[in-house]
Design a protein around this ligand. Sequence first.
Ligand code: SAH
Length: 424
Amino acid sequence: MPTQKHGATPTVLISRRGADRLRAGHVWVYRSDVVEAQCVSPGALAIVKEAGRREPALSLAKGRPHQTGSSDRNVRATRPPGILGSALYSTASEIAIRMISSKPVGDLEQLLRERVRAAIAYRERFVQNTNAYRVVFSEGDFLPGLIVDRYNDILSFQVLTQAMDSEEMRSAFLSELQSVLNPAAIVERVDPRVRRLEQLPEKESGLISGTKARTEFQMNGIRFEFDALTGQKTGAFLDQRENYAAAAQYARGEALDVFCYQGGFALHLVRSCEKVTGVDSSRPALEVAEQNAALNGREIEWIEANAFDLLRDYSDAGNKYDYIVLDPPAFAKSRRDLPTALRGYKELNLRALKMLRPGGILVTCSCSYHVNAGDLLEVLSSAAQDSHRIVRILENRGQAKDHPSVLGIPETAYLKCVIANASQ
Ligand code: SAH
């Protein structure tokens, strides 16, 4: 019962370390920093206080969206002494607290509706050349635990937390999305692992409203198929949209798109390249990639293979390309995986650089949050030395603007995309 309509809002006491984290601009408090959370039900709205602190809380950094009492009419104008704000509580996740406001919240459902409208307005202002984009990006839009993507006239959403899964919250954000965006259908995408971790009941992905599950969308003038129910679970990689357009500017000669999924980069390159080959280990993804190529009247060669094996074989055989894209899945799911992940990135980048003709272009990406921009450049630098190539950075990029990264919440910035020129 996130809104706690029939009783006082419960309080969670957190440690100094947790409070300092919030004061530094973050919105998460880990369970290890929760000192007391008695009678706080799963997904409840809670007041957050620092344990043992009686004096007024320090004033927080200015300009934080979840603290803007003036624009959020559903939070009280001033924060009572000692209160760090309001949060959505999880009884299961290691992230026990996700802040939703720096003040006590009067009407949570109304606040949620306002945040959804603000997220939509942000996209209207900053997203161009597409009818497919992320409408709500969880913490990036101060709607922690909610992801919503738009594919033309179909909305696809995913809830990641107990709070966002409650009936009240679901009906608030769904009715707001329906009334502002008027989609033909809304589809819920379920990640069983996330639901298990949040101790939420199992459920299947499926249509929530409307009957339409297939559509066509476009980005940068290229057409794509979307099938909400049978496609691979993510839909498209919307976070790469601006990188596709950037990568297309340098397209020429023969290109190899490694980890191509449904052909995002390949379809953008084929307009200017003589030949494009896409490689992925997923046959269903390649089937959609082929449909996408046909939809755009293009010919692309698709190869189902393990990218590591294929790059080794091709580089040993002396195959050469003018353009190579490396967009692997996240190798580092946690900080512990970092050394192994870096070895993986190194191998891919080394093989790719060796296979590039002089003057060739390398687009190398990492979507692992734990591999930061500096790590990726270091890997690339070491691969450049080992392959005796001079590598010039043309563009050092991140995720598209519909996946906003918020200062103070480093986890909202995860995608790196380096476009480089390699010479002898
Ligand atoms: N570049 C794509 C997104 C890639 S996502 C786009 O812009 O749409 C990562 C892809 O890597 C997935 O499609 C997955 O099927 C594929 N993949 C994962 N491990 C692989 C491996 N060892 N070899 C080849 N492909 C792999």
